[in-house]
Design a protein around this ligand. Structure first.
Ligand SMILES: Cc1cc2nc3c(=O)[nH]c(=O)nc-3n(C[C@H](O)[C@H](O)[C@H](O)COP(=O)(O)OP(=O)(O)OC[C@H]3O[C@@H](n4cnc5c(N)ncnc54)[C@H](O)[C@@H]3O)c2cc1C
Length: 318
């Protein structure tokens, strides 16, 4: 990602560019090695599902349902009732209807701040203030369909040009040919934004025009080649590491541990931890072992402590 230094107080750099020294970066630039796997940031090749990572979750859902366990989709958790030191029920909303289900354990990957705000009875003011203190960076993709010849061989390119707003361009056809139609590719222009800001609130048509202009400015393609455009807005894409997030998370963790220890925060926003998919899944897998009483993992050490680092199996960039 190139944004972090070794003195980064948040630990973000250590987390995201593991094993990458300046020497290794220069060596790799001079002698690219398509099979290198130990430096996360420089991995050249990796396996990718035909239609993207959602396929894995569709398969997981099928397996769970085949085992007779219902999977409920499109249902929002709006509250967690707790009593006498245990979460007792989830308050759910589907199609405008609110209803409750009793629970033994809650494994939560909803944003940690929303989890705390949903607790009923509510936590004390200082804990709610900690939840409200967590910040996020939001994300928008402007996807432009262009002829395949307008694509590039990489999966993504980071943009450091101060003359444009776009921060990264994906070539979805490079990820998997099954994601695009024959003879076409789709360039995903990525904008790192804040919900409600000027870009976020711009009309889709204006954003598509901006995307076309910026592709031209960067010399990547010409506006006339763009056949179609789509905009996708994703709130809370990135948990923000600011000067207070650690203390806020600590306050929230302690309250959950003291008041509802059968609520298990996992994942990325769930723990307000800048994890990729592998570490997000791993926190959930270890949590299940904890619930079953098979282990006593410290979930909060995943992707932080050496024993949970997967130094040899790098994750892909985001
Ligand atoms: C632009 C971008 C690119 C990325 N690229 C990569 C990559 O190349 N490789 C990689 O490994 N990782 C990548 N990541 C990171 C990866 O997406 C995350 O690490 C992973 O999705 C986190 O998994 P999770 O289960 O914790 O959370 P999520 O996948 O965010 O799942 C949380 C779910 O909870 C739901 N939810 C939230 N609130 C509620 C509620 N109140 N009630 C019910 N449901 C709720 C959400 O709708 C969501 O479906 C990328 C992330 C971004 C934003």
């Amino acid at each position: 990602m190139g944004c972090a230094s070794g003195r980064n107080p948040s630990g973000l750099g250590a987390q995201r560019i593991k094993n990458l020294s300046l020497f290794k970066a220069i060596l790799n630039a001079l002698t690219p090695n398509r099979n290198q796997k130990d430096i996360t940031s420089l991995i050249e090749e990796f396996k990718y599902p035909k239609y993207g990572p959602g396929m894995m979750w569709e398969r997981a859902r099928d397996k769970v349902e085949a085992a007779g366990i219902p999977v409920v989709m499109n249902t929002e958790v709006v509250g967690i009732r707790h009593d006498d030191g245990q979460a007792t029920a989830l308050v759910l909303r589907r199609d405008g209807q609110q209803f409750e289900v009793a629970c033994d354990n809650v494994i939560s990957s909803m944003p940690f701040s929303a989890l705390l705000r949903g607790m009923n009875p509510a936590p004390p003011a200082d804990v709610i203030a900690a939840a409200d203190g967590l910040g996020y960076r939001d994300f928008m993709t402007v996807a432009l369909v262009v002829p395949e010849s307008e694509g590039f061989p990489d999966n993504w390119i980071y943009i450091h040009d101060p003359g444009v707003e776009v921060g990264r361009v994906q070539n979805f056809g490079s990820w998997s040919p099954y994601l695009v139609k024959d003879g076409k590719t789709c360039l995903g222009l990525e904008y790192f934004v804040t919900e409600g800001d000027k870009l976020w609130t711009s009309a889709d048509d204006d954003l598509i025009e901006l995307g076309k202009r910026e592709l031209e400015t960067l010399g990547l393609s010409k506006a006339q080649y763009c056949e179609q455009g789509f905009v996708v807005r994703m709130p809370k894409a990135y948990p923000m590491y600011d000067g207070t997030y650690k203390a806020n998370v600590e306050t929230m963790r302690k309250w959950v541990a003291d008041n509802a220890p059968n609520v298990w925060p996992v994942g990325r926003n769930g723990m307000h931890r800048y994890n990729n998919q592998d570490h997000s899944m791993y926190t959930a897998m270890l949590t299940v072992e904890n619930i079953l009483g098979e282990a006593d993992h410290d979930i909060w050490s995943v992707n932080v402590e050496a024993e949970y680092h997967e130094e040899k199996v790098g994750d892909s960039s985001e």
